[in-house]
Design a protein around this ligand. Sequence first.
Ligand code: ADE
Length: 232
Amino acid sequence: MVKIGIIGAMELEVATLKQELTQVTCREVAGMKFFDGMLEQTSVVVVQCGVGKVNAAMCVQILHDLFEVTHVINTGVAGGLNDKLDIGDILISNAALQHDMNVEPLGYAPGQVPGLDTLSFPADDKMKQGAIASCERVNQDIQVMEGLVVSGDQFIAEQAVRKHLIDTFHGDCAEMEGAAIAQAAYLNNLPFVIIRAISDKADHSAQMDYPTFEKQAAYHCAKLVAEFVKTY
Ligand code: ADE
């Protein structure tokens, strides 16, 4: 049976989804509230994991071990790195990597986690295609792009850092949880996809743009996730 774990870092990224749940029970583990219920005919667990990679990875492990989810979706906002992405556009992951993982002095490529046989963690192809199709069905005015999510415990708001993420990793968007969710899903053989709405351009204007566009982008993204989940 399909059971989908839906993770957002912040309350406003999961609030809309929580409102749509029926037959809900709530359980708190490690300070995170897991809302187990139904989105129409689909069994889901919606959870706010908190900001950053540690919270995100812990959350996936709990979803796997205690709630026995079969799939994982990460929803939320991100800073755009690809110049083709505008604020409000949607990025669907084809893969994710951690831009702040760096063991270069020991001969590893930037982003490479020693001991793992992959640099980036690939999203599930079927989930990716389904997410793209749902986005296109729901809102034809908004651009949907697939690409590489780069994650780190860092809010990106400087042109030089933005350029580094583009030049080194060819990242399409930057955020703070996706790759940790991807790695935890990979290690547990869970199919995953990251669906993010662009709230800023991860440059000098990010500090202003993020608070301005965060709410609308997060709401829009959650609506798309709900539509996608209902197709299961
Ligand atoms: N989430 C949204 N915008 C971001 C940025 N500029 N850096 C990191 N995470 C983000």
